[in-house]
Structures are given as C-alpha cells and as structure tokens.
Design a protein around this ligand. Structure first.
Ligand SMILES: C[S@@+](CC[C@H](N)C(=O)[O-])C[C@H]1O[C@@H](n2cnc3c(N)ncnc32)[C@H](O)[C@@H]1O
Length: 275
C-alpha cells in the first residue's frame, strides 16, 4: 500500500497506542522515526508528504510485530542513550535506566570526597557505570559481570566510546584483585515473588540481571559483606523501593560505620551509600 511518511507515522502512532499510553506512544513514534529510521523532525517537515519506500514500510511492520509481542524498543534498535552516550544493548544486558544516574552521581561525589584512585563496577551489564566513570574521572576502573555475554557487550561499548578500563568475569568481587577502592553496583535486586506483577517488557531482559533471592536482597548483602571483608573504603549501590531499611540494619551489623539511603524523584529508596 502506497503511504507517505506522514501517513506511515500516523499509522504507527495508532498501532503503538493500542498497547502503550498516549504519551508513550507519541514518544516512541518519534524515537522510531529519529533513531530507528534516521528521519529527523526537520527532514519530516520537508519530505513527510513524499511516498515512503516499501523497504521502510516493511521495516516498520517488522518492528511493530516484535514490539506487539512486548519486546522493548531498545532491543529492536540495538542501543540506548544513557547520559547522552550511546550504549549497545542486547538481550544479554539490562537496558540502562535513567534512575541509575543517581548511583553514578553519588559515586562521583563520594569518590571525590574520599579521594579514591580506583573503583570497581560490579555487574556492569552494558557497562554504563564503569565506562562513564572511566570517561569522567581519572580513577582506575575495573568492571565485572557474571555473564560473559554481557561483558562482551560492555567491552565493545568501552571500545566505541574510547574508555580505558579492565573487565573481569566472575561472581561479585571474587575476580577482582585487591586493593578494591570504591565499590559501585546496580546489582539484581528484584524480589522473584514480584515477577508476575512486573511490566511485560521486563520478561525480555535477562532474569539474572533482575532477580535476587531473599526478597531481592541476597546479592546486595553478599556484596556489602565481601566489600567490608576486603576493606573497601565505601560502596554505592542501587537498591529497590523499601530496601533501604533492611539493608541499613544489615550493613550496620556488618560493621559499616556510616550508612545513608537516598530516594529517587518518586520518593522510593534508590541509592545506598556505606562507608
Ligand atoms: C541490574 S543489572 C545492571 C547492569 C548495569 N550495571 C546497569 O546498571 O544497567 C545487574 C548485572 O549484574 C550481573 N550479575 C548478576 N549476578 C551477578 C553476580 N553474582 N556477580 C556478578 N555480576 C552479576 C548481571 O549479569 C547484570 O549484568
């Protein structure tokens, strides 16, 4: 069917609005055109009335079919912007979340205050935290992940962004030689019991990147224990809503002297800092 770019965009908006709310459908339509097809708004003003080639229409239909099944747009596109940098993402990595910027900001602030010269990003995924720290500080950065597939993506991101850091594979801090420096992590912290009520798109992300036993706390607790045992000066962890209180009690029992919890804009516990 012959359609202009404007008609294609209007049809896409309608199709996305069947399973997204109006605002999300609008934003996604714009991203599909700008990021996916490379057609800027100004290009559309000039050429939107022209007929869209069948290859472009077919591409949109293919994405739409996958998107209807719930596959996140970032996986269809193959990358995601985080802190204005482009990170490759695959189904082996978590899709970077805006709230993880709070962890980065807290790590930058604390690391500067403590005058650290090294940092470990545990569970690096696509590499957002470790790579950004390597690009924005002079600290020596080591990034770890249990998943070799995620590490391969993180390595490619480091290369394409020109970041200099080391990658090691293994469980939490096990593969990192000492001394540690600041420990930063967005570990898996979702309670497996919450799985049925989660957004359907989360089903496409690796369960090993999302879930942790003991109501989501198991890996955070083990990381805090390992870091304390190895005399890390401080840790900055992303945490889930309602996890601040139990993690504070456990961290104090482990011997961490100062423990702080920060909330995100929605008022949910989001960052744990221990020193
Ligand atoms: C929530 S994702 C965070 C990814 C990335 N740091 C981000 O913020 O987008 C958690 C990451 O931890 C990794 N992971 C899970 N269990 C681990 C473990 N025991 N040791 C090290 N990494 C682990 C997962 O493979 C995943 O990449």
């Amino acid at each position: 069917m012959a359609r202009t770019y404007h008609q294609l965009r209007a049809d896409l908006l309608k199709a996305l609005a069947v399973f997204l709310d109006a605002e999300e459908a609008q934003a996604e339509t714009m991203r599909w055109f700008e990021d996916g097809l490379g057609l800027s708004r100004s290009w559309m003003v000039l050429h939107g009335g022209e007929e869209a080639p069948s290859a472009i229409q077919a591409q949109v239909e293919t994405w739409l079919e996958r998107r209807r099944q719930g596959e996140p747009w970032a996986y269809l596109l193959g990358w995601s912007l985080w802190r204005e940098r482009r990170f490759e993402v695959t189904p082996a990595t978590l899709i970077p979340r805006p709230e993880t910027e709070l962890v980065l900001e807290a790590a930058l602030d604390l690391g500067r205050r403590l005058k650290v010269d090294r940092v470990v990003d545990v569970g690096t995924g696509s590499g957002i935290l470790g790579i950004t720290l390597a690009l924005e500080t002079s600290w020596a950065v080591t990034a770890t992940d249990l998943s070799p597939e995620a590490l391969a993506v993180a390595r490619r991101n480091a290369q394409s962004l020109g970041a200099d850091l080391s990658f090691v594979q293994g469980h939490l801090l096990d593969p990192v030689p000492g001394p540690l420096g600041l420990v930063v992590s967005n570990p898996p912290y979702v309670d497996p019991a919450d799985a049925p009520s989660l957004q359907r798109e989360l089903a496409w992300e690796p369960p090993s990147a999302l879930f942790a036993e003991e109501r989501g706390l198991a890996l955070s607790l083990e990381l805090l224990r390992q870091a304390r045992h190895r005399a890390a000066p401080a840790c900055v962890l992303e945490i889930g809503a309602g996890q601040g209180e139990p993690l504070t009690a456990h961290a104090q029992a482990m011997g961490w002297k100062r423990v702080q919890v920060h909330q995100d804009l929605a008022g949910h516990d989001r960052v744990l800092m221990v020193m």
